[in-house]
Design a protein around this ligand. Structure first.
Ligand SMILES: Nc1ncnc2c1ncn2[C@@H]1O[C@H](COP(=O)(O)OP(=O)(O)OP(=O)(O)O)[C@@H](O)[C@H]1O
Length: 262
């Protein structure tokens, strides 16, 4: 009999395995993400974090295990069905339409939520979503600028704004603050906290200072496995095995996480 799906769980992964031509990139991963939490997935390079995210979006097909979202099994579903179920995802390099303005990018993203008929009847639905995303991301002043002229940080916020326009239940963020200045990191963290008031956030990240400020819970992976299941940042930092994998791979947890996020 399968485990019961608790009311505050949004994502429940059990026994996930991914085999790339004989190499187990993900090896028996269990992961629980609760409704409206900001959950970070950390671990050294090659730990399998992005592969787990790719399995949730349907981009990578697991060889074993289950991925239940809102008590529905995602395995076997197509990527676009998973998007429609309310899962949005950003990439390490923001994917925005550079030639379109900020507002046009958001408008286009918002329109994915509506059928053509609804769009004609309910133009206002997209406008409200766009205005809210502009406000949340702090991009109102640059709404008429082509996305290609934005700074790196602004492009990342635009990508998050585009996903917010689609009213997701779960946002998957892949290293959202990589390459950002300290000010941009703070703004991104504030945007993530604001986002978590409306949806759940699962974030792959290396920057320990960022985690300390913005995470509710953290799960640590190493070599395809879970090293430490969902815990507080303080518990993760105090864990000797977590210290060991970072120290064992050359440097301290602080140093390595900051460096990887820089
Ligand atoms: N398509 C693929 N084919 C073969 N091997 C892959 C593929 N994608 C990822 N891998 C390997 O699987 C392992 C896990 O990769 P993954 O990108 O998930 O790690 P990660 O924890 O996200 O690392 P990083 O922090 O460096 O992004 C790595 O050894 C990687 O080289």
């Amino acid at each position: 009999m399968s485990e019961p799906f608790l009311i505050d769980e949004l994502l429940k992964i059990r026994g996930l395995e991914v085999d790339f031509d004989g190499f187990k990139a993900v090896d028996g991963v269990d992961l629980d993400v609760k409704v409206n939490e900001v959950h970070f997935l950390i671990g050294p390079n090659g730990a399998g974090k992005t592969t787990v995210i790719d399995c949730v979006t349907g981009m990578t097909k697991p060889t074993e295990g289950s991925i239940r979202f809102d008590d529905v099994e995602l395995r076997g579903k197509k990527e676009n069905s998973i998007v429609k179920m309310g899962i949005g995802r950003t990439f390490q390099t923001a994917s925005v339409f550079e030639a379109l303005t900020v507002e046009e990018n958001l408008d286009l993203a918002a329109s994915f939520r509506f059928s053509m008929l609804k769009l004609l009847r309910q133009r206002r639905g997209t406008t409200d979503a766009v205005e809210r995303a502009l406000e949340d991301t702090g991009l109102t002043d640059v709404r008429d600028k082509p996305a290609g002229t934005l700074s790196h940080g602004q492009k990342q916020w635009l990508e998050i704004g585009m996903l917010l326009c689609q009213d997701p239940k779960l946002l998957l963020l892949d290293e959202p603050v990589a390459g950002m200045s300290p000010e941009e990191r703070t703004r991104t963290g504030d945007l993530i906290r604001l986002t978590a008031e409306r949806c759940t956030v699962l974030c792959v990240e290396h920057d320990m200072d960022f985690l300390r400020r913005f995470a509710d819970r953290v799960t640590v992976m190493d070599e395809g496995k879970i090293l430490k299941a969902a815990s507080t940042v303080a518990e993760v930092q105090a864990d000797e095995r977590v210290q060991e994998i970072y120290i064992g791979k050359g440097r301290g947890i602080e140093e390595q996480t900051q460096e990887a996020g820089a």
